[in-house]
Design a protein around this ligand. Structure first.
Ligand code: FES
Length: 565
């Protein structure tokens, strides 16, 4: 044994409770031979039938257990809060921090020497990473893998990029409601998370790029037997990692975050990842300014041709070589000496990686885009930043000046968007207020504002849309999100009125409200914050402690304590 195991202090105590804990394990059929002198490995499982993306995680947990036994550990599985993107109201983002607290405190409070954390759907992976970072015991992230590609009427489709595309076709009258219903049965073809480069796939790739997941974790399809084999390997490896005491704080260092940001750009990944990476860095004790994302975007091309930015799907990515092959293409830009959960460096992990399809994983001389997929905007409308997924935007709208059409809430937007009296033209800029962390509350994925049906029927498929909300990683269009400070916190977004002129200038990273300062001052003095929606319970805690988007929307009290405190 190379270290004193943390779990010993639960069992090797003369008090009654040491005896009782052993009795409790015997009640589960585990004799001392099962755990004496062995690391106890927790398997944190976000399995839930309410989270369809994670509903297949039980067999994966069994495979992890096999691996733990093989390597001389003792596995104990535990449930954690699960966050299902489709079911939870008002938004899963309201509960990401709660899930991270569940993960952290369950690890902290129990006799666990190391953990394997099973996740998949959008918020479950960042919540697991954040909980692991705060608990800081050896940990491996094991995502459940993407769904198989969907096939419908001769077309290969991805959830939910193509759900959104076909919804526009339905509203435009180009498919029937029968077609729409038929598509519903075909679009999610297997267990697993959304198989485009949405938030779930992006976060799975970033967990691997950060060094917190075994090579190939991100892209092996959920139902491919190689994922079960990988789970078994994760079980074996966590025992080794635990014995070597390689903790998340040794893996998720600043250079590892730079690697993750590079990979985010090269993937054309989800805007949500910016919020999650910033929050995760805060748990580890350092700031990750938005400007770092922009700085690295300038020298990182988009290399992955996967929807919504490209043409292919996660299954194709796996057959093309998966994340190790993409990392190898990116190698000149990466910190290859970063430590990973294999106990080896990132460079060692990818040394033998091979790319099998140069159309899916591009090279530097044939990128999808020359610059990274995301841009950080600043300006009078967003003094603390805003994000635009440039790779999924319409090139002709990247410089645009237009008249604002303002909705003061998600409800108002849904009520008025198709009102025949709404005065709106294709060149206008749709603005949504009060959809940020405090405003909505919880910062829902409302930033992909639907286009008015009248304009869809005219053939319009994109307009500039601006909000303090988030956007699903599966969405596309010229959509500016995460405007900070948000409207409900008194940011300039709260002062925009219909008819104002807004200028978007992505090449110069600007977003400005072209209204003179005297008028803005008048509006500011008349502004009142919206009434808080919660008066008790978790919602009250959330609104009292949530930080703004540029700080990752974590709770102020969950960030790492300053050294020495
Ligand atoms: Fe779970 Fe898309 S709904 S990843």
């Amino acid at each position: 044994m190379k270290r004193t195991l943390r779990s010993r202090s639960w069992f090797e105590t003369p008090e009654l409770y040491g005896w009782l804990r052993r009795a409790a394990l015997r009640s589960e059929g585990l004799t001392e031979a099962a755990y004496e002198g062995k690391p106890i490995i927790g398997i944190g499982n976000s399995w839930s039938e309410l989270t369809h993306c994670n509903a297949h995680l039980r067999p994966l947990a069994e495979a992890v257990k096999r691996g733990v036994w093989q390597a001389g550990g003792c596995p104990l599985e535990f449930p954690v809060l699960s966050l299902g993107e489709f079911n939870m109201k008002p938004t899963t983002m309201l509960f990401r921090n709660l899930m991270s607290m569940d993960v952290e405190e369950t690890i902290r409070a129990n006799p666990l020497d190391g953990v394997v954390l099973l996740c998949g759907c959008d918020k479950t992976t960042p919540a697991m990473l954040m909980g692991a970072a705060s608990a800081d015991v050896p940990a491996i992230i094991l995502t459940g893998g993407p769904q198989l590609s969907a096939h419908w009427r001769g077309e290969t489709l991805g959830s939910c990029t193509d759900c959104r595309r076909y919804q526009m076709e339905l509203l435009a009258g180009r498919i029937t409601s029968e077609d729409w219903h038929d598509l519903q049965g075909a679009i999610i073809r297997s267990p697993g998370h959304c198989m485009v480069m949405g938030t779930a796939s992006t976060m799975a790739c970033l967990a691997e790029a950060l060094g917190m997941a075994l090579p190939h974790t991100a892209a092996i399809p959920a139902v491919d037997s190689r994922r079960l084999q990988l789970a078994e390997e994760a079980g074996r490896q966590i025992v080794e990692l635990t014995l070597q005491d390689i903790r998340p704080s040794r893996i998720m260092t600043r250079p590892a975050f730079d690697n993750a940001i590079r990979v985010l750009h090269a993937l054309g990944g989800s805007t949500n990842a910016v919020i999650h990476l910033v929050a995760l860095a805060g748990r580890l004790g350092f700031d990750l300014p938005l400007d770092r994302f922009d700085e690295l975007a300038r020298s990182t091309p988009v290399l992955l041709d996967v929807k919504p930015v490209g043409r292919h799907l996660m299954e194709d990515f796996f057959y093309a070589g998966g994340l190790p092959a993409l990392l190898q293409e990116l190698a000149p830009l990466l910190h290859l000496d970063a430590m990973t959960v294999t106990g080896r460096t990132l460079g060692e992990n990818i040394a033998a990686a091979k790319r099998y399809d140069a159309e899916v994983i591009r090279s530097f001389d044939n990128p999808v885009c020359n610059e990274g997929g995301l841009a950080v905007l600043r300006g009078s409308l967003c003094p603390r930043g805003a994000i635009l997924k440039t790779a999924a935007a319409s090139p002709e709208l990247l410089r645009h000046r237009g008249r604002a059409v303002v909705f003061s809430s998600v409800d108002e937007m849904q009520r008025r968007l198709d009102d025949p009296d709404l005065n709106i033209e294709p060149g206008d800029v749709l603005v949504l207020q009060n959809a940020g962390p405090l405003g909505a509350p919880g910062m829902p994925e409302a930033g992909f504002l639907p286009l008015p049906t009248r304009l869809l029927r005219q053939g319009v498929r994109d307009m500039v849309r601006i909000s303090d909300a988030r956007m699903s990683g599966t969405a596309f269009g010229t959509v500016v999100v995460h405007v900070c400070p948000e409207a409900a916190a008194g940011g300039p977004l709260a002062l925009v009125r219909t008819g104002d002129v807004i200028e978007l200038d992505v090449p110069n990273r600007r977003l400005d409200l072209l209204v003179d300062e005297a008028e803005l001052a008048r509006r500011r003095s008349a502004w009142k914050p919206p009434p808080p929606p919660y008066h008790r319970g978790y919602g009250w805690l959330f609104q009292k402690h949530v930080l703004q988007a540029d700080q990752g929307c974590d709770f102020d009290f969950l960030r790492a304590a300053p050294p020495g405190s």
